[in-house]
Design a binder for this molecule. Structure first.
Ligand code: GLC
Ligand code: CA
Length: 556
């Protein structure tokens, strides 16, 4: 066996080891009733078009009942679809159609916190301190003579204090409750077995209905350190090897793993279901602990998402990922964009990559759109050739940029408000999709032109109908990549880097006999012999040459 092989080929892998999973952000995918917010009827009408991409599954960001203070990540009822998006029946209709198109369905579960409108939190507010109702969440008395100082120094990920003081039923100022995110998102108390039972009920409900899997929100935050000790500042990531890390009181606590194991046991009672963790945990050696055989099936590889378009950095992160996930028998996932991060076209076009959660706004230095798109296409082609599971965020198949000029008056992300605009937040990657260039002000997102976030004029060029069937378009590129990925079983292939085809400025790897070669440097290089399967600069390529920021797939 070749010692350079970083991933061995797998015969008959389970679906989740190799799947290309497409993330739908429901409020921005397609709007059926014209109110400016995407919905299930609108989505169902666009499903054939989506299936033509060749994807295996859809992950829906939350569409459950919610006051929408954090775009649905504040859930008020885990079993009911929010009327904003439709009804449970409409979801089952969508699902039936998805099934007929061969697509699996993954739903988003938010177990770290609920909405403050959830009946459990409402009951907690009405009950007395120390009651069973309050014990479902994390209530504490304040410090200071009158309890006027928050119980500790924790800060919210979205900015500001992580504690909010309530008015007790008798009208006096009383206890404080913890919210790692917005004040409308109180954290559950995972030390309480009743909370565990409650979520087993939620998971079982959807498993019994037949969902193929779950994406688990803030999977690294559920358990808080006993005694809730102070922390230095706010952090969204867990970093450092476990043995040398200074413990963070609310990220990556060891107790999380026992909860995961319980869920895995539950999923194992069903056929073929999978769950993926949203766990901002680094380095990858630590992240890999989340996907040990009795824990999650997958976890988002945020180490990869945060890697710049850089030859050495990519070689390192791929090597590390395949090594670390491989050690525990899990597939790596690959992801470049999602609803919380800057779209990778704009990220690669920016002079410097903004900090996580920062966003790019009108006052930031603006990205170079053409260069960003070119690099993004090359990066997507590099990613989709790798073995493991891949995630595609809606709109990246169109090459959509971030809306970087969105005015403050339209912004809805709590990050923007909780930092007084210092961080513009995540709205720029959440703008509704353009379907038709001449489809009115919303570019075919609906027929009324209404849109919860206005699309920039440039979206016209990226509209899906401008790309469908057009050789060289980003949409056709994605279709081709996914098709060849399937054809050559790259998701489960034998992988090694190919130094014989690489140089200081180019990086090549071979997966199941397909050479994926990217050029990161300024100069063109000659293409090796073989059958050209895909190129990211279709119409620009001088035959036989690989130009800067371009990727090709060649069957050797
Ligand atoms: C996750 C979601 C993000 C949300 C947060 C709080 O990070 O991806 O969109 O704001 O959790 O639920
Ligand atoms: Ca709608």
């Amino acid at each position: 066996m070749d010692a350079n092989v970083l991933h061995k080929s797998i015969k008959s892998p389970e679906w989740w080891r190799t799947a290309v999973i497409y993330q739908i952000y429901p409020r921005s995918f397609a709007d059926g009733n014209g109110d400016g917010i995407g919905d299930l009827v609108g989505t169902t009408a666009r499903l054939e078009s989506l299936a033509s991409l060749g994807i295996d599954a859809i992950w829906f960001s939350p569409f459950f009942k919610s006051p929408q203070k954090d775009a649905g990540y504040d859930v008020a009822d885990y079993k009911t679809i929010d009327p904003l998006f439709g009804t449970n029946e409409e979801f089952y209709d969508l699902w039936a159609k998805a099934k007929s198109l061969g697509l699996r369905i993954i739903v988003d579960v938010v177990p770290n916190h609920s909405s403050d409108q959830h009946e459990l939190f409402q009951a907690a507010l009405k009950a007395a301190p120390g009651s069973a109702e309050r014990e479902m969440y994390i209530f504490r008395d304040g410090q200071g003579a009158k309890g006027e100082i928050p119980p500790n120094n924790w800060e919210s990920v979205f900015g500001g204090n992580a504690w909010t003081r309530i008015q007790e039923p008798d009208g006096t100022l009383g206890q404080w409750y913890l919210h790692i995110f917005d004040s409308s998102q109180p954290d559950f108390n995972w030390e309480n077995p009743k909370v565990r039972e409650f979520f087993e009920g939620v998971l079982s409900f959807w498993l019994d209905k037949g969902v193929d899997g779950f994406r688990i929100d803030v999977a690294h935050g559920l358990v808080k350190q006993v005694g809730l000790p102070d922390v230095q500042g706010a952090a969204t990531h867990v970093t450092g090897e476990e043995d040398q890390a200074t413990e963070h009181p609310f990220w990556g606590q060891e107790g999380v793993h026992e909860i995961i194991r319980g869920w895995r046991e539950l999923l194992n009672k069903y056929d073929d279901r999978a769950m993926c963790a949203e766990a901002w945990v680094l380095p990858l050696s630590r992240m890999a602990k989340w996907v040990r055989p009795d824990e999650y099936h997958q976890t988002f590889n945020f180490g990869y998402l945060e890697t710049p378009w850089d030859r050495a950095a990519l070689e390192k992160v791929v090597t590390e990922s395949l090594h670390e996930f491989g050690k525990v028998g899990a597939p790596s996932t690959w992801v470049l964009s999602n609803h919380d991060t800057i779209r990778h076209t704009s990220k690669y076009g920016s002079p410097s990559i903004p900090m996580h959660g920062m966003g790019i706004g009108p006052d930031s230095e603006q990205p170079d759109e053409a260069l960003g798109l070119r690099k993004a296409r090359a990066a997507s082609a590099f990613m989709l050739g790798l073995p493991g599971g891949a995630y595609v965020y809606q709109g990246e198949e169109l090459g959509l940029p971030e809306h970087t000029m969105l005015e403050g008056k339209y912004r809805q992300d709590p990050t923007y408000f909780r930092t007084n605009g210092e961080k513009v937040g995540r709205d720029g990657c959440r703008v509704p999709l353009p379907w038709e260039a001449n489809g009115g002000a919303s570019f075919g997102f609906n027929t009324t032109g209404k849109s919860w976030l206005p699309a920039p004029e440039s979206f016209k060029r990226y509209a899906r109908d401008q790309q469908e069937g057009v050789p060289g378009s980003t949409l056709e590129l994605y279709k081709r990549l996914i098709k060849e990925r399937k054809q050559f079983h790259l998701g489960s292939g034998e992988f090694r880097f190919a130094p014989e085809y690489s140089s200081d400025s180019t990086l090549g790897y071979i997966n199941n006999g397909v050479l994926v070669l990217s050029n990161f440097g300024p100069d063109s290089v000659n293409l090796p012999a073989g059958k050209l399967l895909v190129t990211t600069q279709h119409d620009l390529t001088v035959e036989g040459v690989l130009e800067h920021d371009q990727t090709v797939w060649i069957k050797l």
